[in-house]
Ligand binder design. Structure first.
Ligand SMILES: Nc1ncnc2c1ncn2[C@@H]1O[C@H](COP(=O)(O)OP(=O)(O)OP(=O)(O)O)[C@@H](O)[C@H]1O
Ligand SMILES: [Mg+2]
Length: 242
């Protein structure tokens, strides 16, 4: 197992946002996380990435308990992430943004970091835009830059938070090609996404959460056809989805 969540809980004061969620993730698998707005999806990613402390339970990565391990150390040990709202360093170029990821998020030497930047820019289709200031990038390019910065940290586990949000159908298809390519390179993925058809075309398994509780887990088909899932999304238990 690359990642194990064991009864993970998170409260903000009296508000319980994640309630005893457990799941395991084998290396090389792509896991989708679905759930309505406010279900606790981003919070769950923040707990895995170490951007928030747990209120209960435990998380292990590659067999090591992450308790007390900082977000920076988690990144160095192979947990990369993108943010729901892309926030590039706007005064820097595309290349410089990716270089920050490679220099500070990995254990690479300066030369290796520069080489990694070029290959990541190539992989994400941003090489022609390497010298453009990040503030000038279009939305799809900003999404690509989010991915490029995360890839530059050389992750074994990549956490994607609604990376396809706000894109047109055509742009989603372009982004899907890139995510499939990342997967094909053996990187384990956890992808939160509301765009169901995009998600199910990539992931092996889905965990559905609602109000911080795990509702269902299984193949995309099993989860989408489960009564628990239909109840939350459609308010009914008996729709047949093909
Ligand atoms: N730092 C915080 N302090 C207090 N409450 C928070 C904090 N962060 C999140 N919450 C609350 O926790 C709940 C879950 O939020 P979270 O952002 O994880 O949801 P989400 O599933 O990612 O939603 P969305 O689909 O809208 O992105 C919400 O009720 C939110 O208001
Ligand atoms: Mg969110």
């Amino acid at each position: 197992m690359l990642l194990q969540l064991d009864n993970v809980s998170k409260s903000f004061g009296a508000l319980q946002v994640i309630n005893q969620v457990s799941f395991d993730l084998e290396e090389g698998i792509a896991l989708g996380i679905m759930g309505p707005n406010g279900a606790g999806k981003t919070t769950l990613l923040n707990l895995i990435a170490g951007d928030l402390p747990l209120s209960g339970g435990s998380i292990s990565f590659d067999g090591n308990n992450l308790d007390g391990v900082s977000a920076e150390q988690r990144c160095l040990s192979g947990i990369g992430r993108t943010s729901q709202i892309p926030r590039p360093f706007t005064g820097m170029t595309t290349y410089e943004n990716v270089l920050v990821g490679a220099m500070y998020g990995s254990n690479l030497s300066e030369k290796e970091a520069e080489e990694t930047c070029v290959s990541v820019l190539e992989q994400t289709g941003l090489l022609p835009r390497w010298n453009v200031e990040a503030s000038q990038l279009r939305l799809l390019e900003r999404k690509r830059l989010e991915l490029a910065r995360a890839l530059a940290t050389k992750p074994r586990l990549l956490l994607l938070d609604e990376i396809a949000g706000g894109l047109t159908d055509h742009e989603v298809q372009e982004l899907l090609e890139l995510i499939r390519d990342i997967r094909a390179n053996g990187i384990t993925i956890i992808w939160i996404e509301h765009i169901v058809h995009a998600l199910v075309s990539v992931v092996d398994r889905i965990v559905a959460i609602d109000f911080g509780n795990k509702l269902a887990e299984g193949t995309p088909e099993e989860v989408i056809n489960s009564d628990e899932f239909k109840q939350v999304y459609f308010g009914v238990e008996s729709v047949k989805l093909d």
